[in-house]
Design a protein around this ligand. Structure first.
Ligand code: B16
Ligand code: MG
Length: 219
């Protein structure tokens, strides 16, 4: 049986992507009078703030000096954090509160493995701070997802070997990161996540017994 569960945040615990992308859209409209297409949202999921801005500026074929780049990232974050004010436990994705409770009842420790520097604030607003035993700090890891760093840091925060943990993700790069870390990947989403060891269609379908059984069959 696994002893730890390493959670991605955006798309697994709450759908913060809509807040992220709205903040990027408003910023780009304000400074470049450009509209970002919906498909860019997917490309900014699970990647760091700076990498998201790089993706967006590449798409617009705009290059800015380093100080302007830093100011844009900072202003986006201020708008994003302000938008997070509305977050309440009602924003926890379907099935997640029950899944967390089942994990706790079975003695599984929980860690956050999110690319977001706002992870602690978001958990607090969702009323989940107490449920998590560790929060890996993305500011302290060298490489973002798909590199395994944040999942390795999350397992370390629990004092566990990655092989004794499951990782839960909704993004392609995130599943790749879990696999590279040596933890057992559990995905929530579509066929693009078939590189996960186990996949559920949505957070509402997460099934502790199925995960436990599948994990127990690893050679
Ligand atoms: P911040 P995750 C990621 O969260 C988001 O999916 C991504 O859109 C965002 O750029 C990144 O966090 C950084 O967030 O600007 O708050 O530090 O999916 O890794 O939980
Ligand atoms: Mg995610």
């Amino acid at each position: 049986m696994f002893k730890g569960a390493l959670f991605d945040l955006d798309g697994v615990i709450a759908d913060t992507a809509v807040f992220h992308f709205a903040a990027w859209r408003n910023l780009i409209k304000k400074y470049f009078n450009a509209d970002l297409p919906d498909e860019l949202e997917e490309k900014t999921k699970g990647v760091s703030r700076e990498d998201s801005l790089r993706v967006i500026l590449d798409y617009l074929q705009i290059s800015v000096p380093a100080d302007a780049f830093a100011r844009l990232a900072e202003e986006k974050n201020e708008a994003y954090v302000a938008a997070l004010e509305v977050l309440t436990p009602d924003y926890i994705l379907p099935g997640i509160a029950d899944f967390i409770q089942t994990l706790q009842e079975n003695g599984v420790k929980l860690a956050l493995a999110s690319a977001s520097k706002n992870g602690p604030l978001i958990l607090e607003k969702l009323g989940l701070s107490e449920a998590f035993d560790a929060i890996a700090d993305p500011a302290n890891v060298a490489n973002g997802k798909p590199a395994p760093d944040i999942f390795l840091a999350a397992a370390q925060g629990l004092g566990l070997a990655p092989a004794d943990c499951i990782g839960v993700e909704d993004a392609v790069a995130g599943v790749t990161a879990i696999n590279a870390s040596g933890a057992y990947s559990v995905a929530v989403g579509g066929d693009e996540l078939n590189h996960a060891k186990l996949r559920f269609k949505s957070t509402a379908d997460l099934d502790f017994t199925k995960i436990k059984t599948a994990f127990g069959k690893i050679d």
